[in-house]
Design a protein around this ligand. Structure first.
Ligand code: AHG
Ligand code: MN
Ligand code: MN
Length: 359
């Protein structure tokens, strides 16, 4: 019977009771889930709501804003600003942090979010989502500035995402494992359907935008070439490849059946060390992946330990099954030590260097 299962609201109350945590986080997660229900409905209406195409605006990232990016951003702000548990918010779609209006009390948490991840997929009706991260406001700060948000991912107290796909889901962690909830449209509540998610350490599935191959660093080229070579190469097993171009959907697949996802450093735009944003994409996903037993790395260190320097900072992202992430870190280290040189034209070059390399 569905009513014997836990709702997200009940789960979070029980979890906070175990952690002896305060009620503010419970209230905040409740408001986040309300926002996600509104966004799920807005996304589901699609072209019926006249929200296709572009707003004509370009955000601080230099990317085109879709109407649903802005609607989702506004829903998150309005659903979460009033409760008195937030000191401030920051979002992909706002250049600067959002100040809680003076009519509302201020609280001790900061909420950072990507209101609609994968929004380039909206017009083709492919799964998108909302990514969120909760931090503590520094002691005594009631009017947070950019510097107050620049905390490493290890400081997150809660992270998660909502998925707007065939079913609407919320997947979150409070630092005690990763749990998935499916929206039951009959009662309008998220129901615990995927407790204690865990990622197998090994996989034969990887996800990367292969059109960027010529811009990758040699260790990434090496890894992908070995995967593509399959049974006939050094890995001696065949790999499957996926690319949805919605990070939420890719991370969800990894939480469901393992795998590796990466948007690595590339030389496409030298000003950008990666495609994905540290504070509201990489960090919350890294916390979820680690909490599920996976690993999340820049290739040269743990994502959660990167010290942020800017609100919209980008970072290389390699995450998923931990043995594959470790392999990529090893390839980066070998390259940095000069042991992986020279390397060029991976698909068409006869390489002898790795022929006898062990896994
Ligand atoms: P957003 O829609 O919030 O800008 O994020 C899209 C991100 C991420 O979801 C995805 O992994 C990546 O951009 C896709 O980038 P490419 O189009 O370069 O493949
Ligand atoms: Mn995004
Ligand atoms: Mn977005």
């Amino acid at each position: 019977m569905p009513y014997r299962r836990s709702t997200l609201s009940k789960f979070i109350i029980e979890e906070q009771r175990k952690l002896s945590g305060g009620s503010e986080l419970i209230a905040l997660v409740n408001d986040i889930q309300t926002a996600c229900k509104y966004i799920a409905v807005a996304v589901a209406k699609g072209p019926l709501a006249g929200t296709r195409g572009s707003t004509g605006n370009i955000n601080v990232q230099g990317e085109e804003q879709k109407p649903l990016d802005m609607i989702s951003n506004d829903i998150m702000l309005k659903c979460c600003e009033w409760g008195g548990y937030l000191a401030g918010m920051a979002s992909e779609e706002m250049d600067e942090p959002y100040a809680i209006p003076d009519i509302y009390p201020r609280g001790r948490y900061l909420l950072v979010f990507d209101p609609l991840d994968g929004s380039s997929n909206l017009d083709v009706n492919v799964t998108v989502g909302t990514i969120f991260s909760v931090l503590r406001a520094p002691e005594g700060v009631t009017d947070p500035q950019v510097a107050d948000f620049l905390q490493p991912g290890t400081a997150q107290v809660c992270a998660g995402y909502a998925l707007y796909g065939p079913t609407a889901m919320i997947v979150l962690t409070l630092g005690t494992g990763v749990h998935g909830f499916t929206l039951d449209p009959d009662i309008g509540a998220y129901i615990l359907t995927h407790p204690n998610l865990s990622i197998a350490p090994d996989t034969h599935e990887f996800a990367v935008n292969a059109s960027n191959q010529r811009f990758w660093e040699p260790p990434v080229k090496r890894y992908v070439e070995e995967c593509v070579a399959g049974k006939s190469g050094d890995r001696e097993k065949d790999f499957n490849m996926r690319w949805i171009a919605s990070m939420v959907a890719e991370v969800h697949r990894i939480l469901m059946r393992g795998g590796l996802f990466m948007y690595p450093k590339d030389t496409k735009d030298p000003k950008r060390p990666g495609r994905l944003r540290l504070l509201y994409e990489a960090n919350p996903m890294a916390m979820l992946i680690e909490q599920a037993g996976g690993a999340a790395s820049t290739g040269r260190g743990r994502i959660l330990e990167v010290k942020p320097e800017a609100l919209h900072q980008r970072v290389p992202v390699i995450l998923g099954s931990r043995n594959e992430v470790a392999r990529l870190e090893r390839y980066h280290a070998e390259y940095d030590r000069g042991e992986d040189q020279p390397f060029s034209s991976p698909l068409f070059n006869e390489r002898s260097l790795y022929r006898n390399a062990t896994a």
